[in-house]
Design a binder for this molecule. Structure first.
Ligand SMILES: [Zn+2]
Length: 397
């Protein structure tokens, strides 16, 4: 069997406004090959060019980048097997012949602060690919030189502007912690006295402190005082902050005082059916849609929503054993519900019921420093595992 080598080269240059070298902060690949969309987030405007080349031995997609550079790698999707980032170069391994059918360079918007380069790939015949590859290979050497010169210029300029530019690593993951209820909304009332809104706030603050101490994350709270925040505003805040994970903290109530234990909720099928309506109502636009024809939007939005749901469930499954090790958990602990705060179409989200305030033991546990610490340590540990797994995916090329 003949193995097809396909190399797609994207050469990224500079916008004229910034002398700084761009860093790629995120790479996302969604789609099924017809089409597949690659989105690259960068901190500086880029000029970019998509190229394909072909040769024996391996199948690849490559992006040449004019960026400061660090190494990272990850798995692909829809015809793209994997990607790897080296200084000045982003490579994608293709498992089929594909063409770049669209290339978009998007400036930051209100919701999306990074610059984005978007590439849509479509599966084509091997014959067509060969023709495109032959054409692009000629361009390649010329562009490579051109971009290398631009990189050198940018390095000199950056050096002149700021002395020596420190190498910057990948941006920290933003974790949004949502303390349930608050202010006029006390939430459930504890049998021991006290209110859910205070239990969730103390837990949120403790979790924030723990995560910030690790230095690994950027942590945001939807509230850090006893105020009421509308549900849609909690979601909107998380999206505007670019949340990589949204964790809503609550404490449960039951008719029977014997019911106890923590539980974790992710979006239910019924809840999912509300996502589109609430998204358009609140302008929660999935960032990748900008400038794309409507027909493609729908498909890609569905893929993002599916990915978000999968990630939410992944995090929930990592969180459960941690919670179980830290204290009692409810039966069928991973549950599904249509809670409003879980409706963001593109932010993985869970709602954690830390325990039952209608159960005396749980109520005492959640209102004690020791119990609170155990709960938030369990959550922080799951967060570490979740992002470690993601970074492992990036590294396991
Ligand atoms: Zn609640």
């Amino acid at each position: 069997m003949t193995r097809l080598l396909s190399i797609l080269l994207i050469l990224l240059g500079f916008g004229c406004l910034s002398p700084a070298l761009a860093d790629v902060t995120q790479v996302r690949i969604v789609g099924d090959g017809a089409p597949t969309r690659i989105t690259i987030w960068t901190d500086v405007a880029e000029t970019a060019e998509g190229l394909v080349t072909e040769g024996p031995g391996e199948r690849k997609v490559v992006l040449l980048l004019a960026q400061n550079g660090y190494s990272a790698a990850g798995e692909g999707n829809g015809g793209v097997e994997s990607w790897s980032l080296e200084p000045g170069r982003l490579e994608f391994a293709l498992d089929r012949p594909m063409a770049v059918t669209r290339m978009l360079r998007l400036p930051p918007t209100g919701k999306e602060r990074a610059y984005r380069v978007i590439l849509d790939l479509d599966t084509i015949s091997p014959a067509r690919f060969t023709v495109a590859a032959r054409r692009d290979t000629k361009k390649l050497a010329r562009l490579e030189t051109q971009f290398a010169e631009a990189r050198a210029d940018a390095t000199r300029l950056a050096g002149a502007v700021s002395g020596a530019r420190k190498p910057s690593g990948p941006r920290k993951h933003v974790i949004v912690i949502d303390a349930g209820h608050g202010g006029k909304d006390p939430g459930a009332l504890a049998v021991t006295g006290g209110k859910e809104r205070d239990i969730t706030l103390k837990a949120a603050l403790a979790l924030r402190d723990l995560l910030e101490k690790s230095g690994k994350y950027e942590v945001r709270l939807t509230r850090d005082t006893d105020v009421y925040i509308e549900h849609e505003d909690r979601v909107t805040l998380a999206r505007n902050w670019g949340a990589a994970l949204f964790i809503s903290l609550h404490a449960d109530a039951a008719g029977s005082p014997s019911v106890s234990g923590a539980s974790v909720y992710t979006i239910s099928a019924r809840g999912e059916s509300r996502i589109d309506r609430e998204s358009s109502k609140n302008d929660w636009k999935i960032a990748i849609e900008d400038g794309t024809p409507g027909q493609l939007n729908g498909l890609l939005e569905d893929l993002v929503k599916r990915e978000t749901k999968t990630r939410s469930a992944e995090f929930a499954e990592l969180l459960l054993p941690e919670l179980a090790a830290a204290g009692p958990v409810l039966r069928n602990t991973h549950r599904n519900a249509g809670y409003y705060v879980l409706l963001a179409p593109d932010v993985p989200a869970v709602l954690v019921e830390l325990g039952f305030v209608t159960n005396a033991d749980d109520a005492k546990r959640l209102q004690s420093d020791k119990g609170r610490k155990a709960a938030v340590t369990a959550i922080a540990s799951a967060i570490d595992t979740y992002f470690a797994q993601q970074d492992l995916r990036l590294a396991a090329n």
